[in-house]
Design a protein around this ligand. Structure first.
Ligand code: HEC
Length: 234
């Protein structure tokens, strides 16, 4: 047996213990962390346990900006659809070009939570799966989970890729009869937030621009943020 399969067995045993230790939540109450199928997750995915082949559904990551600015809050939507299924769960993660986690996720939707409480991954909550089943047909055989993402000021200045796995379920509280779909979307580094002239620094030139537009669209909140990130862009 290879090292990889021994490691996988150990992982599975650990997961099973965690699962049986908290019967009230189970996997329906959130997928275990590290199963998006991303390069950084070592290609571990929901298919590890949910093995039905995919059908005519899909998962989409909507709202990814073409370019991101550290410090700004983005609202992403993970949409899972499959006309032959009855609800959904998901997991999303974000990685840089070196396949390292960049995090930045904020919980903005009660249908979601951090997987195992770990911030590099957001997954469905039990309430989210219940709500997905309730609204599935009225949304045309689909459900949407909202995920906040605020890239940190110290994050890499390179491209960042989101990886999502979506599970379109038969809603039987079991791991069979569910279909797994995958998606990824990349966003480029778009400069830092208060670098209004794009020269890589937040300085008096940007301050002058902000003061000239005082009241519309900028005010005291923006001034505070600008002064808080004064200097070279991260
Ligand atoms: C280690 C095994 C394992 C992995 C990995 C796993 N699941 Fe599950 N999942 C289960 C089991 C077992 C159940 C049924 C029992 C339960 O809900 O606790 C389940 C149930 C679910 C359900 C409810 C299904 C229904 O029909 O009621 C959803 C939603 C779900 N998983 C989503 C996911 C997603 C999304 C992933 C990947 C990001 C994932 N799971 C990865 C084992 C796993």
């Amino acid at each position: 047996m290879s090292c990889r399969s021994i490691a996988s067995l150990g992982l599975l045993a650990g997961l099973a213990l965690t699962w049986f230790a908290s019967p009230a939540s189970g996997f329906r109450g959130g997928a275990p962390s590290g199963f998006t199928g991303s390069p950084g997750d070592g290609a571990f995915s929901c298919n590890f346990c949910h093995t039905e082949p995919p059908g005519s559904g899909l998962v989409q990551i909507l709202g990814v900006p073409g370019a991101y600015q550290p410090g700004r809050l983005y609202t992403l939507t993970v949409r899972v659809s499959d006309p032959e299924k009855f609800g959904a769960g998901f997991q999303i993660t974000a990685e840089n070009a070196e396949d390292e986690k960049v995090g930045g996720f904020e919980i903005i939707d009660p249908n979601t939570l951090y997987a195992d409480g770990l911030t590099p991954w957001v997954t469905h909550s039990a309430e989210g799966v219940d709500n997905s089943a309730q609204h599935w047909s009225s949304m045309g055989g689909a459900f949407e989970f909202k995920v906040g993402w605020r890239p940190s000021a110290g994050s890499t200045a390179g491209p960042i890729t989101f990886y999502a796995a979506g599970n379109a379920i038969n809603n039987d509280q079991f791991h069979t009869g569910d279909r797994i779909y995958f998606a990824s979307e990349t966003t480029e580094y778009g400069g830092c937030l208060w670098d209004l002239n794009g020269d890589g620094r937040i300085d008096s030139i940007d301050l002058t621009t902000l003061l000239q537009s005082w009241g519309d669209p900028y005010g005291a909140a923006e001034l505070g943020e600008m002064l808080g990130s004064w200097g070279p862009c991260p």
